[in-house]
Design a protein around this ligand. Structure first.
Ligand code: ZN
Length: 435
């Protein structure tokens, strides 16, 4: 089996075990611990060992991990790989239960910008975090994931929606997104039906549950497809594929003995604008970078010198060309699946790329024998953004936005190319290892 295929199998396994940003961070933590990383709490005083490996988690769904380099921080700066742990989804409303017409449905709110039509007729289920009171009165939380399909959003039959193929499937956000959980029966009419499900799954008392955050996910596992199985499909490729590539690029013993201080920063809340305590527009990364410097007894002046020496790759997926929709793309900037990582450029700085950061990335691609492509959005369609411009602006760090080409971004079933994942791991590894 090729290395690329194995790496994508590992990616699909990671995604299938990570149906929420909380689960993604839990699985990243597990992997880091295997490689000798130690957890630091933000509430503790930080002390480091030379060449130490550490990670910090904020609110269970954003994580920053780092390896201390052997050279002085002010001379090397930080090598940062940024990505995001969240994906567009439906989240369950707090008073979720809707009993009507003999059915029990769950009310949902839209998180980020999912392609809503793709959520119909899928084997959906729930995952997230539940907070509850323990017997001793203290409050704790656990992650929950239902493996079996629990929920469904059935389409309307074409006989009642005759123009669906001409006009597309339009779902009214307020009235047409509630998900069917069950028939409605008398014993469910209390507001506790969902809490009962959660309590059973977590082996806790129903009345101990205080609050939760739950998102909908697709239970269908990742798969390979294409005549040579050269493509793969799963949910949340945006952006767990970039998290996985960044993690794989750092986690090998040769890279982990580094001259430079290496940092991976994976944030929740990118899909809703990054403005939160744990989002890229919050203080998490500046706090951690500063605390690393101060724990190493680097003064403020040298911390600023370190930032000025630093470089960040912001990795987030890119839009692959889909030949059925030629008019959606900028003609000279079609990027193709399995042709290498994409450098994203936008004159209005929706992407942080500039010519010097692009040149450096191209150099690392050449060194790794990895092909690369360049993307620019159509001039007449608004361009999306990501964490690159936000993080680099907050810190004054030179940065580039790159990502692997994929189809159907924000569908519940996205797809991409097997070779590209391998290429991305290779080039990020070169970035971490380069002088
Ligand atoms: Zn993204």
């Amino acid at each position: 089996m090729s290395t690329a295929r194995q790496q994508v199998e590992a990616l699909l396994d990671f995604i299938d075990k990570s149906p929420s940003a909380f689960h993604a961070v839990k699985n990243i933590k597990k992997k880091l611990i295997l490689f000798g990383f130690k957890e630091l709490k933000e509430t503790d005083k930080w002390c480091f060992k030379p060449a130490g490996r550490y990670f910090v988690v904020r609110d269970d769904s954003s994580i920053i991990f780092f390896v201390l380099g052997s050279k002085p921080l002010a001379e090397t700066g930080y090598r940062i790989l940024g990505a995001h742990t969240d994906s567009p989804s439906l989240k369950i409303k707090p008073n979720a239960l809707i009993h009507s017409d003999g059915l029990l449905r769950l009310g949902v709110e839209i998180y980020g910008g999912p392609i809503l039509a793709t959520f119909t007729d899928r084997d959906l289920s729930l995952a997230g975090r539940v907070s509850y009171k323990k017997v001793d009165g203290s409050i704790t939380s656990q992650l929950v994931k239902f493996d079996q399909a629990l929920l469904r959003l059935p389409n309307l039959a074409i006989h009642m929606n005759r123009m669906v193929n001409e006009e597309g499937l339009k779902l009214d956000k307020q009235n047409e997104l509630a998900l069917i959980l069950s028939e409605s029966v008398a014993e469910q009419l209390s507001s506790k039906s969902l809490d009962k499900l959660l309590a059973t799954a977590l082996h806790i008392e129903v009345d101990s549950i205080l609050a939760w955050e739950l998102n909908v996910y697709d239970t269908q596992k990742g798969s390979f497809w294409g005549d040579r199985q050269q493509f793969y499909a799963d949910s949340q490729l945006d952006n767990l594929a970039s998290c996985h590539a960044g993690l794989q690029a750092m986690l090998n013993e040769a890279t982990l003995v580094a001259d430079n201080t290496l940092v991976g920063a994976f944030f929740d809340h990118e899909e809703i604008g990054s403005e939160s305590t744990k989002g890229a527009n919050g203080c998490f990364l500046p706090d951690v970078l500063q605390r690393i410097a101060f724990a190493l007894e680097v003064d403020k002046e040298d911390y600023r010198r370190a930032l000025a020496q630093s470089f960040m790759i912001s990795a987030d997926m890119a839009h692959a060309y889909q030949p059925n929709f030629p008019l959606a793309y900028e003609p000279e900037h079609k990027v193709t699946v399995n042709k290498g990582p994409v450098i994203k450029v936008n004159a209005n700085h929706r992407y942080s790329t500039e010519s010097i950061s692009a040149a450096k990335f191209i150099h690392w691609c050449e060194e790794s024998e990895v092909p690369y492509q360049t993307y620019s959005h159509r001039t007449d369609i608004p361009c999306g953004s990501t964490i690159g411009p936000i993080s680099s602006a907050k810190l004054g760090i030179r940065s580039i936005d790159v990502g692997n080409p994929m189809w159907a971004m924000h569908s519940i079933r996205e797809s991409a190319g097997v070779e590209d994942h391998h290429y991305m791991i290779k080039v990020i590894n070169t970035f971490f290892s380069a002088e």
